[in-house]
Write a protein that binds this ligand. Sequence first.
Ligand SMILES: Cc1cc2nc3c(=O)[nH]c(=O)nc-3n(C[C@H](O)[C@H](O)[C@H](O)COP(=O)(O)OP(=O)(O)OC[C@H]3O[C@@H](n4cnc5c(N)ncnc54)[C@H](O)[C@@H]3O)c2cc1C
Length: 404
Amino acid sequence: MINLELPRKLRAGANQAHQVAAEIMRPVSRKYDLAEHAYPVELDTMAAMIEGMSDAGNEVGGAKGGRESGEPKPSKTANANGGNMAALVNVIETCWGDVGLTLSVPYQGLGNSAIAAVATDEQLERFGKVWASMAITEPSFGSDSAAVSTTAVLDGDEWVLNGEKIYVTAGERSTHIVVWATVDKSKGRAAIKSFVVPRDAPGLSVARLEHKLGIKASDTAALLLDNCRIPKDNLLGSPDVDTDKGFAGVMQTFDNTRPLVAGMAIGVARAALEELRSILTEAGVEIDYDAPTYSLSAPAAEYIRLESDWEAAYLLALRAAWMADNKEPNSLQASMSKAKAGRSASDITLKAVELAGTLGYSQHLLLEKWARDSKILDIFEGTQQIQQLIVARRVLGLSSAQLK
Ligand SMILES: Cc1cc2nc3c(=O)[nH]c(=O)nc-3n(C[C@H](O)[C@H](O)[C@H](O)COP(=O)(O)OP(=O)(O)OC[C@H]3O[C@@H](n4cnc5c(N)ncnc54)[C@H](O)[C@@H]3O)c2cc1C
């Protein structure tokens, strides 16, 4: 029989993350929802706690994933749970607390996953402890990440970057930004590389912060790169332009980050399910798993449907993270997990609003906030439609040129 319980080591980390979520995030969740762009000072306490927990061997909170400097690469036969699985189970807990605050936890940015996925050991040594956001999107494109137009030109020992990046999560607060830029537009997607840009690099500035539907605690910035200079060895991975490989190098980042975004969706959806269950129970709705669906009340049947959807999303994310830890190619599973979790979280949180009636729609509870917060998880790091496209291509064995 398969044992689906979390191993003890992961459970300890997840318990600590849950404590952070329950004791620090939840109490200030509404406050920062109502105060968009205010810096959540509680994050400083959180950062100190998280630093302590990381030193003790647990990665807590956000979206780091991947491996640390000096951490051995798991062998194919190790059957190991590593950084990806730890980050997944922890991010589920912190997003049960608050998605926007999780995205703002210092030193746990999506750019950290990019670094973990493609950095050399020497770069991991230099960038292992930074707080990195991720800047791919530009005014001229979102989903079509092969359309990067920001340029990087080598000038002596420095790269000179020019372009505009928009909707960068933690783009104002992070210490570093992983920027996607092309080193040679004529070579297409193979020439797209990722660069670690320190916040104080000359030529980098924040143009504005966005106002959003949800995750208001998270700063979302537009960034300008105007002759922005960074050291030559801040290019992540290989500088070679291999037209046979396309942009497999930078795309590898998504194999790590998509299961984590799925985890965020799973966390906020679980929060909504738990709240809904207690409301239904208080209203006298009996949720009986052994009874046939036709004999259940409509809300009970709906609740069980939502819960089983949630479970499918959870299992898909566990599989994708486990494959990443064990160096198994997981692009298909990463996209499946994000597609399922993003869709389910939107459905679950909105249904919870619906089933809870006026209570669900009011600001007395956090249900309406979770419904707003969850939508982004079906958009960034590749929308629902893009994940489905990737899954279809992989299942049918078609290239991106054959199936658009
Ligand atoms: C709050 C927030 C935070 C973000 N954070 C970051 C970040 O940290 N870093 C970053 O780089 N970007 C970030 N983004 C940008 C995000 O990744 C993009 O919004 C996303 O990739 C979609 O791009 P788009 O908005 O340009 O939509 P478009 O690509 O224009 O898509 C519009 C619609 O068309 C659909 N569509 C597009 N192409 C196809 C197709 N081939 N087949 C079927 N349907 C298709 C899409 O699914 C979508 O529904 C963020 C966005 C938001 C809102």
